[in-house]
Design a protein around this ligand. Structure first.
Ligand SMILES: CC(=O)N[C@H]1[C@@H](OP(=O)(O)OP(=O)(O)OC[C@H]2O[C@@H](n3ccc(=O)[nH]c3=O)[C@H](O)[C@@H]2O)O[C@H](CO)[C@@H](O)[C@@H]1O
Ligand SMILES: C=C(OP(=O)(O)O)C(=O)O
Length: 439
């Protein structure tokens, strides 16, 4: 098992181009099951989760091939519909495998899909996915860890449905129901739909395939069912979580990093909190000057020496993303005072707290809230990566810490960050990947 060894204290400098989004790509890939015509997705990151989704789709009769310049695109072509079973063996490795349920049901009338895995970040039920699909008429039961779903003889039928849950909306649940509704009879209205940019991106692909969807990106999505969907070409959104992680990497090392393909609009809440901390993300005109275009997709990160504490609450989009909570916590460990972080999406998503404490961070957790008292410096230690974003938080802490930090089990990072150690090396970090036995 691989580990990262980081000699901390190097200021990051240089330019990094943000990759296409993992969390957009995965449901986009699953949408290829809705058509027998080829779909091409441009700028799909090369990640463990993307490869797992590729294996899953292949098992379901979809040919998946890397193509285009630098093999950055994916071509997906569903040419066989003989197998509609998504096995536990593949599904346990990632959460987004559940996105095949809606498309399989809508196009083949049946699906047998294992309950999904994903990051260990607390309870992750799928009741809202099932509630939404049942509202369209699907008959669903559970059998030995599998969701068994079928459509009635008249097919799925559009309806007005509410998809809100105890912690707000559901991102992948909205994706699943939206996909299923594209081929249902009549009109579906999803109330309390997730507003995340990845949902909007999926609606854009589906519309390019001939679906009739309006309102995606707002809490009410309307889908007029159509008889069939065709092929399409689609460019995947930049990854807002990767982008946010590299902003914080620059800030925590007091660096001078320029980010390209930066999704400014999708990161408003992060940029707002960072401004309070003393970090400006300025549009860059490419000649080292601040651009007048505030929505420029090339930005430069300017960090004040003293970081101010701040209150952060994770919320559904456009609120502060839960997927950047661990990275923000690493930064606030070094602020000049007390910060409060409240996790409202996954109240137990705090496995990084104990590991950051091993590096000298001063934190007290009470339920979904952590009080972070800033310290002068973090001190390197061996730590254990527990989930994807917790791992990213530990890498950031290691970049800033005095001494040599070893982060064990970085396979979690490989699910969501493309060759992170190489990108950080190019920005001047002293980081290397080693085989765990060598540590
Ligand atoms: C592959 C992908 O895109 N993953 C993202 C997606 O996960 P995912 O779509 O799985 O997360 P959800 O939006 O569904 O979860 C939001 C909240 O709703 C609850 N819930 C969800 C479904 C359900 O049927 N019942 C229920 O109660 C969850 O426990 C959680 O408290 O959105 C999360 C929240 O922004 C992100 O952290 C994940 O990175
Ligand atoms: C939690 C995440 O991924 P997943 O939903 O696939 O577990 C994430 O991307 O931070």
């Amino acid at each position: 098992m691989d580990a990262f060894v980081i000699h901390g204290g190097k200021r990051l400098r240089g330019t990094f181009r943000v990759h296409g989004s993992k969390n957009a790509s995965l449901p986009l890939m699953a949408a290829a099951l809705l058509s027998d015509k080829p779909i091409t997705l441009q700028d799909v990151p090369d990640l463990a989760d993307i490869r797992s989704m590729g294996r899953l789709l292949t098992s379901l009769g979809c040919e998946v091939t890397r193509t285009g310049e630098g093999n950055r695109s994916l071509k997906l072509h569903t040419s066989a519909d003989t197998n509609s079973q998504a096995t536990y063996e593949i599904m346990r490795t990632m959460r987004a495998g559940i996105c095949v349920l809606g498309p399989l049901l809508a196009r083949r009338g049946e699906a047998r899909v294992s309950m999904p895995g994903g990051c260990a970040i607390g309870d992750r039920p799928v009741d809202l996915h099932l509630r939404g699909l049942r509202a369209l008429g699907a008959r669903i039961s559970l059998d030995e860890g599998y969701i068994v779903a079928e459509t009635p003889s008249e097919g799925l039928v559009g309806c007005h449905l509410f998809l809100g849950g105890p912690n707000g909306s559901t991102v992948l649940g909205t994706a699943n129901v939206m996909c299923a509704a594209t081929l249902a009879k009549g009109t579906t209205v999803i109330e309390s739909a997730a507003c995340e940019p990845e949902v909007e991106d999926l609606a854009n692909l589906l519309n390019a395939m001939g679906a009739k969807i309006t309102g995606a990106g707002s809490p009410r999505i309307t889908i007029e069912g159509v008889k069939s969907l065709k092929g399409a070409d689609h460019a995947v959104l930049p990854d807002r979580i990767e982008a946010g992680t590299y902003v914080i990497a620059s800030a925590i090392t007091n660096g001078d990093v320029v980010l390209e393909n930066f999704p400014t609009l999708a990161l408003t809440a992060l940029l707002d909190r960072l401004k309070f901390v003393g970090i400006e993300v300025e549009p860059d005109d490419g000649n080292g000057a601040v651009s007048k275009d505030r929505l420029h997709d090339r930005v430069r990160i300017a960090t004040q020496r003293r970081l101010q504490p701040v209150h952060v609450v994770t919320q559904p989009h456009p609120g502060f993303p839960t997927d950047l909570q661990a990275q923000m916590m690493a930064l606030l460990c070094l602020a000049d005072g007390n910060s409060i972080i409240t996790e409202k999406i996954f109240p137990d998503r705090f496995l990084h707290v104990a590991e950051l404490a091993r590096m000298g961070a001063d934190m007290v957790r009470s339920g979904p809230t952590v009080l972070v008292s800033g310290v002068r410096e973090l001190i390197a230690a061996p730590v254990m990566a527990s989930d994807l974003r917790a791992s990213a938080g530990l890498v950031l802490a290691g970049l800033a810490a005095r001494g040599t930090t070893t982060i064990n089990r970085v396979y979690h990072l490989d699910r969501g960050y493309e060759r992170m150690e190489l990108s950080l090396q190019q920005l001047g970090a002293d980081i290397e990947r080693v085989d765990r036995d060598a540590v």
